[in-house]
Design a protein around this ligand. Sequence first.
Ligand code: SPV
Ligand code: MG
Length: 298
Amino acid sequence: MSAKTHALRNALTGSTITRFMGAHSALSAKLAEEAGFEAVWASGLEISAARALPDANILSMAECLEAAAEIAAAVGIPVLADCDSGFGGVGNVAHMVRSYESRGLAGVCIEDKQFPKMNSFVAGNQDLAPIGDFAAKITAAKEARTDENFVVVARIEAFISGVGLDEALRRATVYEAAGADALLIHSKIGSPEEVYSFREAYRGELPVIVVPTTYPQVTAEELAEHGFGGVIYANQGLRASITAMRTVLSQIGGDGSTYGVEGSIASLKDIFALQNVDDLLARQQRHDELTATYDALA
Ligand code: SPV
Ligand code: MG
């Protein structure tokens, strides 16, 4: 059992809503932790976008794993990894769970779409996987873990694919029976109406997570009042960095110097703190002291 899997499970089953901040790198995850979020979402969209690639299973599982493991290693809060539709068949899912668990992730989320998946907001194939096939993958994921607290989230894309509430509820019941630890209900409309209708009609026991990308007006408090167990701010950090970099880079180009942006960008001191440079310096100082001690013994 690891402290982080335990922390994620406790957070999701606790009485307050768990706020996940999306990350694409170790550095962005540290900023999420610094800002006080309870957990990190290793976002497939962010990790792909940081490599200027579509969020459509273009990256291999190994590439996604490496990015997620770097994120997990950088923070003390638990990280839930976005694992798309599980990277293939049931063998891929079992290998995925063993790999993500052994690299320090606190849980994985898999969505009930076909491989290769397409980001939920892209017009393109959003067809669902057959219900039994996906539920069997959830069971395979649970059977592959060695830490009983490792979290397996089943993500329902019924609203995204346009098949509606009844299908979402049918899937929720089966995924719960298959052993899912939590559900994620996704929606791409401009209000929380769909996810509220799901939360009200769902009679099961699992915590339900939402991703309010297209209904940003909703607060964490309102979601908690409606009975949700988690909220994922999936991509705002990456979007902020794109806007900030565009603004600063174009100003430098226009000004012909970096003077005008100096006051508005992170200092080198700030970067060194995020890199834990002080730890390195302390280690080097200890090395110098030990070297002198051992040299004296020689
Ligand atoms: C992600 O962040 O990659 C997600 C959420 O899966 S979404 O982009 O809304 O599909
Ligand atoms: Mg994703």
